[in-house]
Write a protein that binds this ligand. Structure first.
Ligand SMILES: [Zn+2]
Length: 132
């Protein structure tokens, strides 16, 4: 699952690296790790793809909470949210597509599509709150 190499969390752009045999300082195995000061997320590349994806969400949720100044949080709660979010995307394959994509891809009529810009996403997300 090495396709995602960067992840924006709030104002920070994290580099995502896939590491063989990821371990903590005390040598215990880790599925993932986030370094807030260096903006690096590490994911153990030996785990199966689904575990790596949940791990990426898990570390992202740590980052979201840390950005809000919530530095002490329960791992079980993070796991519940991360697995729940991934399962929601699996159970509802149109969710991400419906949420963002339709209004941000720029079709040129020749199968060439420019990716979303941050402005596109902000516009789409801003419009969601305005729809009544
Ligand atoms: Zn964690």
């Amino acid at each position: 699952m090495s396709g995602i190499t960067q992840l924006r969390i709030g104002p920070y752009i994290y580099r995502v690296e896939y590491v063989k045999d990821l371990r903590a300082a005390d040598d215990t195995r880790l599925a993932g790790n986030i370094e807030y000061e260096q903006n690096v997320i590490s994911v153990d590349r030996d785990n199966v793809e689904a575990v790596q994806l949940v791990t990426l969400f898990h570390e992202m949720i740590h980052g979201i909470l840390a950005n809000a100044g919530i530095v002490h949080h329960k791992e079980r709660l993070i796991d519940a949210i991360a697995t729940g979010m991934v399962q929601a995307f699996i159970d509802n394959p149109d969710l991400a597509e419906e949420f963002i994509r339709p209004e941000c891809d720029h079709y040129h009529g020749d199968d060439r599509i420019e990716p979303c810009t941050e402005g596109d996403v902000l516009k789409k997300l801003g419009n969601i709150g305005m729809e009544k």
